[in-house]
Design a protein around this ligand. Structure first.
Ligand SMILES: [Zn+2]
Ligand SMILES: [Zn+2]
Length: 263
């Protein structure tokens, strides 16, 4: 058994997300479907990560991609069998991609900022292993994005600190899962700083969740308050409050980066 002080491997971290999703799926009827799929996806990603942790990587996807593609088959078929219908259709289509097409799709996602759920899911284990090894990925780094890999912020979490009641505001990268501290209140998408243009919305049902919206670019980030309870894993616990995303979308806001449910 490994000591709890040892840093978890990347595969173990995906396993912890799967376990958290399985636990919550048993507790929430409304989010069960999304959490069950998140568990299946995280387990499949854990297996990919186990394989990737055995190989040498350059951080240049163009060089590393040939060795990744054969590892992706099982994850694509899990998405085809268990994903929400739009994702399942996409996965069925991509299951038959020849290696050149599969390669191109991954590189398009990696080199741009396209909204491609499946490519993101396929490349997360790779990006997380690069981060664990401190091998810099060859991606464009835009302002407001992850300082390690350039990925977008999927969610924000307020974590307890010894000397501050409000806690540390950590943004979590959708690709490599780095959490970076951003204390200044601003929109991570367009950098608006005027508090009157940055409304926050809460719901009685999900007391630890806040929708941090921006009326300048009409985008929003979901924020979880973990100062009272540190057990949540942000990208998994995010799924419990999907109703707040649906509400925000209804109000005309777009999430900066979709969560695991694809919205
Ligand atoms: Zn990142
Ligand atoms: Zn904005």
């Amino acid at each position: 058994m490994t000591s709890h002080l040892a840093k978890a491997s990347v595969a173990e971290e995906f396993g912890q997300r799967a376990a958290r999703a399985e636990l919550l799926a048993g507790q929430s009827a409304s989010a069960r479907e999304a959490l069950t799929f998140a568990a299946i996806l995280s387990r499949a990603q854990a297996k990919v990560a186990t394989e990737i942790e055995r190989i040498a990587l350059t951080g240049r996807l163009e060089s590393d991609v040939e060795r990744l593609i054969p590892l992706h088959k099982a994850l694509i078929s899990e998405a085809a069998d268990h994903g929400p219908s739009a994702l399942a259709d996409e996965a069925r289509k991509r299951a038959n991609d020849d290696p050149a097409t599969a390669r191109t799709r991954l590189l398009v996602y990696w080199n741009g900022d396209s909204d491609d759920y499946l490519s993101r899911a396929l490349l997360q284990p790779y990006a997380e292993v690069l981060r664990a090894r401190q091998v810099a990925p060859d991606r464009v780094h835009k302002r407001g994005h992850c300082p390690f890999c350039g990925g977008a912020a999927m969610i924000s979490a307020r974590k307890p600190t010894g000397d501050s009641d409000s806690g540390l505001r950590m943004l979590r990268c959708a690709l490599c899962a780095l959490q970076w501290n951003v204390n200044r209140i601003h929109c991570p998408s367009c950098f608006e700083e005027d508090p009157y243009k940055l409304p926050q919305f809460r719901s009685d049902v999900h007391a630890n969740v806040c929708i941090e919206a921006c009326d300048t670019c009409r985008r929003y980030l979901k924020s979880l308050d973990l100062t009272q309870d540190a057990r949540p894993i942000p990208e998994i616990d995010d799924l419990l409050s999907l109703s707040m995303d649906l509400w925000a979308i209804d109000e005309g806001y777009t999430r900066i980066e979709p969560g695991l449910a694809g919205i």
